[in-house]
Design a protein around this ligand. Structure first.
Ligand SMILES: N[C@@H](CCC(=O)N[C@@H](CS)C(=O)NCC(=O)O)C(=O)O
Length: 203
């Protein structure tokens, strides 16, 4: 049977949330990566639904939009709503990071000392609502991968940023130890895979 094909750039970006979910859950997929400034992308772009990636092709169907691809609902409507809320909250936080990276909207110091901690404080509160190792109980859901990737990205900006948020820090450490992720994550750092297209966030 054909495996899903995930299309994204050769960096972490939004595609990384999906890669982590697939790897951790042992969902076989083809990880197709295009060079961000390369010659191929303008041609490929014309064929993508919104002219953007990530995109997923499977069984003749094409899906665009990160959230739609990631979406594996919680076990009931209430949980699905909670996960959706978490997902959108993390995306809002990501936009602050993205604006810092691409348009220098604020200083690195302000981002790390004030802006991101405000978001992290909310995530810490939300995380504690459901007991267990992950956002909801002891099973990972799609929102765990976006949360983990964001925490890891912010940790690259400042290795102490999670210290004031013990639940998030413990979660981040736990995700790093997941047997299906550990060697991938170690290799990703060793290879210094870009987090974003201009890479301000790795040092
Ligand atoms: N709303 C979309 C946004 C996707 C998006 O912004 N993709 C960017 C990379 S992160 C892209 O494809 N940029 C290249 C282009 O627009 O040509 C999602 O969440 O998946």
């Amino acid at each position: 049977m054909a495996v899903p094909q995930l299309y994204y750039f050769d960096l972490r970006g939004f595609g990384e949330y999906i890669r982590l979910l697939y790897l951790d859950n042992k969902i076989e997929f083809e990880d197709i990566r295009y060079n961000i400034g390369g010659e191929e992308w303008p041609e490929v772009k014309k064929k993508m639904i919104f002219g953007q990636m990530p995109a997923l092709k499977h069984n003749g169907q094409e899906i665009a939009q990160t959230g739609a691809i990631l979406h594996l609902n919680g076990s009931n409507e209430e949980e699905a709503t909670f996960l959706g809320m978490f997902f959108e909250g993390v995306r809002d936080s990501r936009m602050k990071y993205v604006r810092f990276i691409y348009v220098d909207e604020e200083t690195r110091e302000n981002l790390v000392q004030k802006t991101l901690p405000e978001h992290l404080a909310n995530f810490e509160k939300l995380f504690k609502i459901h007991s267990g190792d992950f956002i909801i109980g002891n099973k990972t859901n799609y929102a765990d991968y976006i949360l983990f990737e964001e925490l890891d990205v912010y940790h690259h900006l400042d290795a102490k940023i999670l210290d004031k948020f013990p639940s998030l820090k413990a979660f981040w450490e736990r995700m790093w130890k997941r047997p299906n992720l550990k060697s991938y994550l170690e290799k990703r750092d060793a290879d210094r895979v870009f987090i974003n297209a201009i890479e301000k966030g790795l040092d």
